[in-house]
Design a protein around this ligand. Structure first.
Ligand SMILES: C[S@@+](CC[C@H](N)C(=O)[O-])C[C@H]1O[C@@H](n2cnc3c(N)ncnc32)[C@H](O)[C@@H]1O
Length: 318
């Protein structure tokens, strides 16, 4: 997956417009890691694979003495490194040597021997919003198990396809119909209509995440891992489903249509679409126009509530 490594990829936009994982999720994760005994914290070592700008990496410092973030993209790692002082200050941590970011592919760092990190030395391996890009899941699970201590945790999670579950402002017709049309229009521009972003997703990664990483979970080897916990939270535009405390709850409430579009602009598929078409078609202006003419939204005043489809898998090395 190379889109995030391209020189023109806007890593700071990525950091600003992507959702951040809430403290409630880290609580779930570390409850799992310690089997409910939080007095065992901090753990010694966590590795965050596909760490990007460090969105999921920094919060691990609250519960792990040492944290390593690894990413294929030098640009992402540059941004993650540039944030060290600011983020450590926010976390109230003075010892910057507790976190290290490295550029590299998971396939080299985890799969290939000899490894930089000794076998059976890691308490927790995380992969946030990136496992769908990795290759060879059999090798991934086998090699991660070699790095993990007995009883260590492998955790991966994702978010995909945010749903507009409510809105405020003008609209035409029946509200439930308007909500379900926002979802249909999103799907038209992002997946279904071959003139827009759909054909530009790198595959099979996008399909794997769109299908909630079922394809990855299938490869978990029962001889190496147990205590498998798989969770998904799948809201849609018409059911007003609320997340439970076991769900990865990612939402942005009361945001402008422009901020909704700013999130869509961070899609790697959109980035590939722009590269391929030379930016001639302003896909999100078309989506916005459909929202205005068909649904009666107003780009200046409409506010929407966005909730992501999410899921996670936690497994324990035997
Ligand atoms: C969508 S971003 C997620 C970043 C971060 N984990 C988060 O939760 O926001 C996916 C990241 O995975 C990285 N990535 C994809 N394939 C990779 C691989 N094979 N090895 C290392 N990093 C990879 C990309 O460079 C990108 O920064």
């Amino acid at each position: 997956m190379s889109t995030f490594s391209k020189a023109n990829f806007k890593t700071l936009n990525y950091k600003s417009f992507r959702p951040h994982y809430p403290p409630s999720f880290y609580k779930l994760l570390f409850n799992y890691v310690t089997k409910g005994d939080l007095t065992k914290l901090p753990i010694d070592k966590a590795i965050d694979l596909g760490c990007g700008t460090g969105v999921a990496t920094y919060p691990l410092l609250n519960s792990s003495e040492h944290v390593i973030g690894l990413d294929l993209s030098p640009k992402m790692i540059q941004t993650a490194d540039s944030l060290i002082s600011e983020r450590m200050e926010q976390l109230g941590i003075s010892d910057q040597s507790r976190i290290t970011f490295k550029t590299g592919a998971v396939e080299d760092f985890v799969y290939q021997e000899p490894r930089e990190i000794p076998n059976e030395s890691v308490n927790l391996i995380t992969a946030a919003q990136c496992i769908h890009w990795f290759r060879d899941y059999n090798a991934f699970f086998k090699n991660s198990a070699q790095l993990l201590k007995k009883g260590g945790t492998l955790a991966y999670w994702f978010y995909v396809d945010p749903v507009i579950v409510d809105f405020r402002g003008p609209y035409k017709g029946d509200k439930a119909h308007v909500l379900s049309r926002t979802w249909q229009l999103y799907n038209k521009y992002i997946y279904e209509d071959a003139n827009f972003v759909g054909p530009h997703w790198e595959q099979p990664g996008r399909t794997i995440i769109k299908n909630f990483t079922v394809e990855v979970n299938k490869h978990i080897p029962s001889e190496l891992y147990d205590n498998v916990v798989i969770n998904t939270f799948l809201p849609n535009s018409t059911d007003n489903k609320t997340p439970s405390e076991k769900d990865l709850n990612l939402s942005k409430l009361d945001i402008t249509l422009e901020d909704y579009l700013n999130y869509l602009r961070t899609y790697s598929g959109y980035h590939n679409f722009q590269d391929a078409t030379g930016d001639k078609v302003n896909v999100f202006e078309l989506l916005l126009k459909d929202f205005e003419t068909e649904l009666g939204f107003d780009r200046n005043t409409t506010k929407v509530d966005l909730v992501w489809r999410t899921g996670y898998t936690f497994i324990t090395k035997k």
